[in-house]
Design a binder for this molecule. Structure first.
Ligand code: UD1
Length: 368
């Protein structure tokens, strides 16, 4: 790898994308498209971290992502078991493929496993969505981000704030700001579904603008039964229907602790495919979530968001007034019912062309 002149003929360049969890499939979509447009060989490796069709297959189908070339079928397990199984399997895949780049996405166990495997095989590794920090070391995603950033050769930061974090950790020379690839795919899908009726409005009879969309899946909210009971109590008492798009982790934890996800204002619903989610966001009156991606998607669609976490990586959404983080359970209802924030045309997440920039940066660093 070097910063030598780019090759004239890109066809021999090979990039391996390693993915495994729902948000990574969304990020993969614009990269797969940009890779095809650039004429590079793009090999998709799916670790199998997410295996439910609604968390995996529907994203490949709806976002027109080519089927994975390799599927490791790793599945669930404790962090060590899951990450270790991926590591063991990825060594052989990367060694056989010998790509110019391994591209890893976001902050899941699949991300850190792929980065570690690639760096130990001396295969250049690039981290997409580098530099995000919550500074909360209790979050598994925070370890995954920090370890991946320090292992990777190229840090593709989505924002200036992310680049500042990397600089503070001594990683400025490996960093380039490319924008946010989730913005690429969101804008495209938003335009495609603009005329579509929200599946929640169609199926559940809730009124456009008069209901909330909620998701809860993070370990810090689901794994402590008291915390989960308090959060669901607060949502059940909100002033409008709350459609809870329930991740399998949430369903399992609620069931094992006798917590109902359909009571009061709260109504559990299976997770949505991505275009349906975007259509649902466009019709709802507000979002309540602990997802990183959904906070940003809400902001980009100008839907007020309330985030059930003590901190966020997407600080711009808070600074611009579109995201509020209630620090106590009692603060949730007033936060959700707050007046609509002031309009803004700020674009901290880029122009929807980040994936093209990612390809340019990768190709510019492949030897002729
Ligand atoms: C993972 C990521 C998180 C990301 C989230 C998006 C890590 C550490 N966390 O969290 O950053 O925001 O994906 O959804 O990588 N399960 C199923 N079916 C599946 C997948 C999981 O039932 O298809 C169950 C598992 O049995 C497990 C639980 O959900 O009990 C958690 O799954 P896991 O992949 O470990 O983490 P997520 O909570 O999904």
């Amino acid at each position: 790898m070097s910063r030598a002149s780019p090759r004239i003929d890109w066809s021999p360049v090979k990039i391996v994308s390693a993915v495994g969890a729902r948000p990574q499939f969304v990020k993969l979509a614009p990269i797969a498209e940009a890779a095809a447009a650039a004429g590079v060989e793009h090999v998709i490796v799916h670790t199998g971290q997410h295996y439910d069709p609604m968390l995996s297959d529907v994203f490949f189908d709806d976002l027109h992502i080519p089927a994975p070339d390799v599927h490791l079928g790793v599945g669930s397990g404790s962090h060590g078991v899951q990450t270790g199984a991926m590591l063991a399997a990825l060594d052989g895949v990367f060694d056989a493929e010998q790509p110019d780049w391994v591209l890893v996405y976001g902050d899941t166990n699949s991300t850190v496993a792929a980065a570690l495997s690639a760096v130990k095989l001396h295969i250049p590794v690039a981290h997409l969505e580098a530099g995000l920090r919550s500074f909360n070391r209790r979050m598994p995603e925070e370890h995954n981000r920090v370890l991946t950033d320090h292992a990777a050769d190229l840090l593709l930061a989505p924002t200036d704030v992310a680049a500042e974090h990397l600089a503070a950790e001594g990683l400025a020379s490996r960093t380039v700001v490319v924008g946010d690839v989730m913005t690429d795919v969101l804008f495209k899908v938003r335009d495609e579904v603009a005329a579509r009726i929200s599946p929640l409005v169609a199926q559940l009879g809730v009124m456009p603008g008069e209901h909330y969309v909620a998701t809860i899946h993070r370990a810090e909210n689901t794994d402590d039964p008291n915390r989960l009971a308090q959060i669901t109590d607060a949502l059940a008492e909100l002033d409008r229907p709350v459609i809870l798009l329930a991740h399998p982790r949430l369903v399992a934890k609620a069931a094992s602790n006798g917590i109902s996800l359909t009571r009061g204002a709260l109504l559990a619903h299976p997770p949505l495919a991505y275009p349906d989610l975007v259509a649902a966001l466009l019709s709802c009156g507000g979002v309540v979530t602990d997802s990183g991606g959904l906070q940003k998607e809400a902001f980009l669609l100008r839907v007020p968001c309330t985030t059930l976490r003590t901190e966020t990586e997407w600080v711009e959404t808070v600074q611009l007034g579109w995201n509020v983080l209630p620090q106590q359970i009692a603060d949730i209802a007033p936060a959700v019912a707050r007046p609509r924030p002031a309009a803004t045309d700020a674009a901290p997440y880029g122009d929807g062309q980040a994936a093209t920039r990612v390809l340019e940066e990768l190709l510019a660093r492949v030897d002729a």
